[in-house]
Design a protein around this ligand. Structure first.
Ligand code: SF4
Ligand code: SF4
Length: 194
């Protein structure tokens, strides 16, 4: 797994390859099967990953606070709703939503990597990077964007490429007797392609 500070550069270098992989999936993947693969890899990788050592998603985005969360979030700081909005949020009229004033998110605690909203953190933050959600095939563009932020998303894409026998360099199918792209030195059919 890449370190958090390595993700942006590596994913940027792989941008063309990742777009080709998206096209490959659009043509070859079964949407339901792909959702199951994403979910399996999401569960497998996040079960071993300590997000508190990363927090790229809090450092690289503003927080999005749903209107219905404002009262409970304001209570976390002992503020009235309006004082909380004035202190931390901007209203985005075009999207009818509140965002934090700053990036990194104003609720990111740089001392210990936690979210100052605790259990009240927005549902969209709890669900990020959404790789266990349905309809991943139609969300591939946003997944490619998340691969520049989240080491787990980057790794999921790399593992999917191997599972689909997608060769990054050529963008072509890997055949059973080809060398496995994982670098084991074995034939693809005897390794990841089993
Ligand atoms: S969800 Fe991804 S980007 Fe966010 S902290 Fe966890 S590993 Fe890092
Ligand atoms: S609200 Fe909390 S979890 Fe969401 S981006 Fe901000 S610091 Fe991170």
């Amino acid at each position: 797994m890449l370190k958090p500070n390595e993700v942006f550069e590596n994913a940027t270098l792989k941008e063309d390859e990742n777009y080709k992989f998206r096209t490959y999936l659009k043509i070859h993947a079964n949407p339901g099967e792909l959702d199951k693969q994403f979910k399996r890899l999401h569960q497998e990788l996040f079960s071993e990953y300590d997000c508190s050592q990363c927090r790229n998603c809090c450092k690289k985005f503003k927080g999005e606070i749903p209107k219905e969360d404002i009262a409970k979030d304001a209570a976390v700081f002992g503020l009235t709703d309006q004082a909380f909005i004035d202190e931390y949020l901007n209203y985005e009229e075009t999207d009818d939503r509140y965002q934090t004033k700053n990036c990194p998110c104003d609720f990111f605690d740089e001392e210990d990597g936690s979210c100052k909203l605790g259990d009240c953190k927005p549902e969209n933050c709890k669900r990020y990077p959404y790789t266990d959600q349905p309809d991943r095939l139609s969300s591939m563009l946003s997944i490619l964007g998340s691969a520049k932020v989240c080491p787990v998303v980057y790794e999921i894409l790399e593992r999917l490429k191997v599972e689909y026998g997608f060769s990054g360099k050529s963008g072509k199918k890997i055949y059973p007797n080809d060398p496995c792209p994982c670098g084991s030195g074995r034939k693809y059919k005897k390794c990841c392609g089993r």
